[in-house]
Design a binder for this molecule. Structure first.
Ligand code: SF4
Length: 507
C-alpha cells in the first residue's frame, strides 16, 4: 500500500466519533482492520465498493472507476439512490484497463478518460476511484487528478480506496476523507441563512430524503447540502457554511461530522428519520441546535406545533394497520439501517420483535435497543449477533416469527420457509423516511403478511401423502387468504396439471 493510503487508513482508525475504534488499544488500532477476508467475500463489499456507495449519490458528477471493468460492474447502480435532476451519476464510467495497461501503466489512459468525460459531459467535477489492480501496478491517481484539474480547469477528485484496503465500512470513510480533503470548503454558497443544515450519511434511497424535506421546508430550515443523497457538487463544496450537521448513519461517514466540527466549528448530532417518535426527536434536535447557533428562538415553538400536527396525522393513518398487526412477530435482520431506530418504529406499529441483529451495531446502538425493548443488561436473547441462514430458516419455519425484515441476500431463506419477507436494506424499493415513510412501512408490512399467496404456497404438494403441511401454516387461513375450498381447488389444479387422477392420491 502506498504511504499516503497507509496514513489515511491510520487516520480513519483514530476517528474520535467511532466508539468501536476508541474501544481498541493503541496496538490494535495501529494494526488496523485485521479481519481475514475470505475468497469471494469482496462481492459483499470491498473498500472500493464502500467508497463508491457513499459517493455515487452525488448526482451531477461523473464517477470514473480506474480499473478492470468488473469493478465498476460490481457496484454500478445497485441501489435506488434517487435524483431530482441530473442522471449523470447513473452512467457507468470506467477506464477498463487491459493487460497492456498492467504492463505499461494505466495513468495515460486515466488522463485521456477524464478528458473524454469533460469534453462529452462537462460535469462540475469528476471523481476518480482507485481499484486493486491499478493500485498494485502503482498508478498514482492523486498525481493524475491534480494534473487533469490544472489542465482542464475542473475539480478532478481522487478517491484512493482500493478494494484490498479493507471492508466496505472502511471504504465509506475513505470516500468521506476524499470529500473532506478535496471538496468541502472549496466554494462559498451564494447566500447563507441562520437555518442552514447539512445532512450527512443520508443516501436518498428510493427518495427518503424527499419525505423529510417538506417538514424542514415547513419550518424554514434549508438543507445546504446532503452528503450524499441527491447531492450536488457545488452544494457539498460550500457545506462548510452550515450551522448544524445531522449525522444519519454513524457507521458510514462519521469522520465528515467530526472533522467539520474541528475545522469549521459546526456542531453535529446523530438522529434518525425512521419512526414517528424518532422523526420528532430529530426535528427537535435540529431546531434546538440551530437556536443555540443563533437562529430566532420562535423556531422551537413552531417545531412543536408541526410535530403535534404531523404526529396526529401519522397515528390516525396507521391506526387501521395497528389493529391488524397487533401481536404479529417480526424477525429483524438489518444491515445499514440502524436497528434501534427500526425497532422503535416497529413497536409503534404494534409489532412484537422476536429478534434483531446487532452484528453491525455499535455499543451505543446496542444499549439503545435494550432500552427500547425493555431488556436488562444480561438479557440478550432477542439480540442476535450473527445468525446463520439455517437458524433464520428454522425460526421462520417453526412460526416463531410472522415476517422477516432483512436485506435482499436473506430473502430466499424466508421464501424457502414460505414466510413473508420485506426488504429493509439499501436495495429497498419503498421509502420509509419521516412520518410519511412510517405509514408506508406499516402498509408494506401489512401487505406482505396478509398476502394470499402465502396460504397458496403452503398447500401440501399433491404427491405428498403424509398430509404434512409445508412451512408454517396456521390452521385457519389469514384474513384475505385462501379458504379451505380454494385450497382443495388449487390442489386439484396441480394434480390435473401433473396428469395425476384424483383417485390416485388422497385429497
Ligand atoms: S476493487 Fe478489488 S476487491 Fe473491489 S471489486 Fe475491484 S478487484 Fe474486486
Amino acid at each position: 500500500m502506498s504511504a499516503s493510503l497507509n496514513a489515511k487508513i491510520a487516520e480513519v482508525f483514530e476517528e474520535p466519533g467511532c466508539d468501536k475504534n476508541q474501544g481498541k488499544s493503541e496496538k490494535e488500532r495501529k494494526k488496523g482492520c485485521t479481519k481475514q477476508l475470505s475468497p469471494g467475500a469482496a462481492a459483499g463489499g470491498c473498500a472500493f465498493d464502500g467508497a463508491k456507495i457513499a459517493l455515487q449519490p452525488i448526482v451531477d458528477v461523473a464517477h470514473l472507476v480506474h480499473g478492470p471493468i468488473a469493478c465498476e460492474g460490481n457496484s454500478w447502480d445497485n441501489r435506488h439512490a434517487a435524483s431530482s435532476g441530473s442522471q449523470l451519476y447513473r452512467t457507468g464510467f470506467t477506464t477498463d484497463i487491459s493487460e497492456l495497461d498492467v504492463i505499461y501503466g494505466g495513468e495515460k489512459r486515466l488522463f485521456k478518460s477524464v478528458r473524454e468525460i469533460i469534453e462529452k459531459f462537462d460535469p462540475p467535477a469528476v471523481f476518480v476511484y482507485q481499484t486493486c489492480v491499478t493500485a498494485l501496478i502503482g498508478d498514482d491517481i492523486e498525481a493524475v487528478c491534480q494534473r487533469a484539474s490544472e489542465k482542464f480547469g475542473k475539480p478532478v477528485i481522487p478517491v484512493n480506496s482500493p478494494g484490498f484496503a479493507g471492508p466496505k465500512n472502511l471504504g465509506n470513510k475513505l470516500g468521506a476523507e476524499s470529500v473532506l480533503d478535496y471538496v468541502i470548503g472549496t466554494r462559498e454558497p451564494e447566500y447563507t441563512t441562520p437555518y442552514d443544515i447539512n445532512i450527512i450519511g443520508e443516501y436518498n434511497l428510493s427518495g427518503e430524503l424527499w419525505q423529510v424535506k417538506p417538514l424542514l421546508d415547513a419550518l424554514g430550515i434549508r438543507i445546504l447540502s446532503c452528503i450524499s443523497g441527491d447531492g450536488r457538487y457545488n452544494e457539498i463544496a460550500s457545506s462548510h457554511r452550515a450551522k448544524v450537521n445531522m449525522m444519519v448513519c454513524s457507521k458510514s461517514m462519521i469522520n465528515i461530522a467530526t472533522k467539520m466540527q474541528q475545522r469549521y466549528g459546526i456542531p453535529y448530532f446523530e438522529g434518525s428519520f425512521y419512526g414517528i417518535g424518532d422523526m420528532s426527536d430529530t426535528l427537535r434536535q435540529i431546531s434546538r441546535l440551530l437556536v443555540e447557533q443563533g437562529a430566532p428562538d420562535d423556531l422551537l415553538a413552531r417545531t412543536e406545533r408541526l410535530i403535534e400536527v404531523e404526529e396526529a396525522r401519522a397515528w390516525t393513518r396507521i391506526a387501521h394497520y395497528r389493529q391488524r398487526l397487533a401481536g404479529k412477530r417480526v424477525l429483524l435482520i438489518t444491515g445499514g439501517v440502524k436497528s434501534w431506530s427500526v425497532v422503535a418504529a416497529l413497536q409503534e406499529a404494534g409489532l412484537e420483535i422476536v429478534g434483531t441483529s446487532i452484528k453491525k451495531s455499535t455499543k451505543e446502538d446496542k444499549e439503545k435497543i435494550r432500552e427500547i425493548m425493555g431488556l436488562t443488561a444480561e438479557d440478550s436473547a432477542h439480540m442476535i449477533d450473527d445468525m446463520t441462514p439455517r437458524e433464520m430458516y428454522n425460526m421462520l419455519k417453526d412460526a416463531k416469527a410472522d415476517i422477516m425484515l432483512s436485506g435482499g441476500r436473506s430473502q430466499f431463506v424466508a421464501l424457502k420457509a414460505r414466510m413473508p419477507w420485506l426488504d429493509i436494506n439499501q436495495e429497498r424499493h419503498h421509502p420509509y423516511g419521516g412520518y410519511e415513510g412510517m405509514v408506508e412501512l406499516v402498509h408494506e408490512i401489512d401487505r406482505a403478511i396478509f398476502n394470499p399467496v402465502w396460504q397458496q404456497v403452503r398447500i401440501p404438494a399433491p404427491w405428498r401423502d403424509d398430509g404434512e403441511t409445508l412451512g408454517a401454516v396456521s390452521a385457519q387461513p389469514a384474513a384475505g387468504g385462501a379458504a379451505p375450498d380454494d385450497m382443495r381447488f388449487l390442489a386439484d389444479i396441480a394434480r390435473r396439471a401433473m396428469g395425476i387422477s384424483p383417485d390416485e392420491l388422497p385429497a
